[in-house]
Design a protein around this ligand. Structure first.
Ligand code: SF4
Length: 365
């Protein structure tokens, strides 16, 4: 669980909290707090981006393509977006890309729509690698954006004070938008930390991660995997530790944290909303249930009815019956002989908690 770290490199009145996944922080923005609860929807507004960061994790399916996704759902219209937010009972949204501000009208539309649908308290934060001017920030503030996170490219880190990012942070704060910087934990992060301290904004450091698309570039830049069990780049955490000495409001988000906690909590929220009475929700937020599929479905239905299985313990679908796994296991011996000759298959399935969610495990009975 969480523990407080005491380290001589930190000043006396600063407290740092670390969790079991290696994340640590002295400050959490509201956007991060909701993300930790798994309550933030990730809204990818475009894959277009004018930058070419060597660590860019975007997949081929998204990079350079003007597509919209809400979490993993492809968004073709506003309803798709609202459906996804409802499905996970989202308390907020993180707008990302690509470069979201290349599609500023789209961003403004989504912010207004989400606020109108879920209330002013639906917290929205936006990432950008650009340094938007006052006019654009005014539009964002007017739409009610809560938080902005700037992602200046690494070549600017040495002299951020004299870059346009300084003006953006100052203006954002004046307009009432919580402002911060979000970068991967790389060499030079301590300079960004000193700048964040001077501007009195928060700094989020993400552990550098290997993905299918950036692994060559990461290796070329001298990084290697931390272990066989993780996608984290060895040494990234070290840069975060150094940066922590220069800024009071810092949050280091580990690669394990994103997979182990954020995703699990988001799945749990979705599972609570989508599960039927007979589905078992696992600790990972996946669903487990039994299936009688194929063969003579009419016979399968009659068999369950003749055994007086309560209707709330199964659901009849096209070509299959989904049923509480423990009921199916108990009935296995009794119904196998009857149903199998017609070609029916009995299985227990574990899958992600949404329509056509990824199958984690399939156990034939
Ligand atoms: S700014 Fe973001 S999306 Fe654009 S290249 Fe860099 S990491 Fe990729």
């Amino acid at each position: 669980m969480e523990k407080l770290i005491e380290d001589e490199m930190f000043t006396e009145d600063e407290t740092f909290t670390e969790d079991e996944t290696g994340s640590f922080y002295s400050h959490l923005s509201e956007g991060c707090r909701l993300c930790q609860e798994g309550a933030k929807m990730v809204l990818f507004v475009t894959g277009l981006c004018p930058k070419s960061c060597f660590y860019c994790p975007l997949s081929d399916g998204r990079r350079g393509k003007d597509l919209v996704f809400a979490n993993e759902r492809s968004v073709k219209n506003d309803d798709d977006l609202l459906k996804e937010a409802e499905l996970m009972n989202a308390l907020g949204t993180g707008i990302t890309g690509g470069e979201p501000l290349l599609k500023i009208e789209r961003v403004l539309h989504y912010i207004r729509m989400l606020k109108a649908s879920f209330g002013k308290e639906h917290h929205i934060h936006l990432y950008t690698s650009l340094a938007p001017d006052r006019q654009i920030l005014e539009k964002l503030a007017d739409a009610d954006l809560d938080e902005i996170r700037l992602h200046p490219p690494q070549e600017c880190w040495k002299d951020l004070k004299n870059s346009p990012y300084a003006g953006t942070l100052k203006n954002a704060k004046e307009l009432g938008i919580e402002a911060g910087i979000e970068i991967p934990a790389l060499e030079g992060a301590e300079k960004v930390a000193a700048f964040a301290e001077e501007m009195d904004v928060f700094l989020n450091l993400n552990e550098l991660e290997f993905s299918d698309n950036n692994s060559r570039a990461l290796l070329k830049n001298g990084f290697c995997l931390e272990s066989d069990m993780s996608n984290a780049a060895a040494g990234s955490c070290k840069f975060a530790n150094i940066a922590f000495q220069a800024c009071r409001k810092v949050h280091f988000c580990s690669s394990t944290y994103k997979d182990a906690v954020q995703l699990r909590k988001r799945f749990q929220r979705i599972a609570k909303n989508t599960s039927r009475g007979f589905d078992e929700i696992t600790e990972d937020g996946t669903l487990v249930y039994g299936i009688i599929e194929g063969g003579n479905q009419e016979l399968a239905k009659e068999t369950l009815q003749s055994m007086e299985i309560p209707a709330e313990l199964f659901e009849i679908k096209a070509g299959k019956i989904e049923i509480a796994w423990w009921v199916l296991e108990e009935l296995r011996e009794g119904i196998k002989e009857k149903l199998e000759p017609s070609g029916s298959r009995l299985v227990i399935i574990e899958r992600y908690p949404f329509e056509d969610g990824l199958v984690v495990e399939l156990i034939p009975l």
